[in-house]
Design a protein around this ligand. Structure first.
Ligand SMILES: N[C@@H](CCC(=O)N[C@@H](CS)C(=O)NCC(=O)O)C(=O)O
Length: 239
């Protein structure tokens, strides 16, 4: 049975196709699912879609990605996808390391979504939208301007402040990484995938450096990029 991952696609870069969907994979949440699938060693087919065009995911009754289709199972939401993979493929490497790890990963997911993404991403959306097809750029602009109550250019003006605030939020992570190579211990697991998705997204959608070269989180990010045959390193960065 083929596993399919529905995710955002953007215009191509270099040798990649430039048809509006077959180039970049820039959804932070779908990177969580990508890393989880790689961790489990599961093959899948990517089904890219434009954020402004929901026709290809109408079957799911959802408007957001990632969505995983595995036979007759359709799962939306990156955390639910991780739970599904853990439940359905228990003989593969564990994403949570048991019930306690599962609960802590839920906390980590909530922290990443509410604090990390909320602090950093709005001010980077202007840069992100410049990479996208016009309809997708307009969709993203409308969404973030409604949320922020001001033009995207004004939201972007606070980028430097947002980067500093984001860096401070990562202090507990640095403290953990002083004693172990991964958030989850000696090897990566789903909490690492969650954090990685947040740090990887600015790499692949903006030219703005978020972390200093000597930051412990940068070293950890490099370790994550080396995982699973370097799957995330293959995604082109913005020059
Ligand atoms: N809680 C969801 C969030 C999913 C989400 O917000 N996805 C974004 C892409 S990164 C999306 O599909 N947005 C659709 C839209 O803005 O119309 C998850 O973890 O999967």
């Amino acid at each position: 049975m083929t596993i399919e991952l529905f995710e955002l696609g953007g215009p191509g870069i270099g040798a990649r196709a430039a048809d509006g969907v077959n180039g970049r994979r820039y959804s932070t949440f779908s990177w969580r699912s990508r890393m989880a699938l790689a961790h489990k060693g599961l093959e899948y087919v990517t089904r890219p879609m434009q954020v402004s065009d929901k026709a290809s995911i109408a079957f799911s009754g959802q408007t957001k990605v990632p969505i995983l289709r595995d036979g007759d199972q359709v799962i939306a939401d990156s955390f639910k996808i991780a739970e599904y993979l853990e439940r359905t493929y228990p003989d593969r490497p564990s994403l949570f390391g048991g019930a306690t790890g599962h609960s802590l990963a839920r906390f980590f997911n909530s922290w990443a979504d509410r604090q990390l993404i909320g602090t950093l991403f709005p001010s980077l959306m202007l840069e992100n939208s410049r990479l996208l097809a016009p309809a997708d750029a307009a969709h993203i602009r409308g969404q973030f301007e409604r949320g922020g109550g001001k033009p995207l250019e004004e939201i972007a003006a606070s980028k430097e402040k947002a980067i500093v605030a984001f860096g401070k939020l990562l202090d507990p992570v640095r403290s953990v990484l002083r004693g172990q190579p991964f958030v989850s211990g000696s090897g990566p697991a789903y909490a690492d995938h969650i954090l990685f998705s947040v740090v990887h997204w600015p790499r692949i959608t903006t030219a703005t450096p978020i972390l200093a070269a000597d930051d412990l989180v940068t070293a950890w990010c490099e370790r994550m990029l080396d995982q699973y045959g370097g799957v995330a390193r293959q995604e082109p960065v913005v020059q």
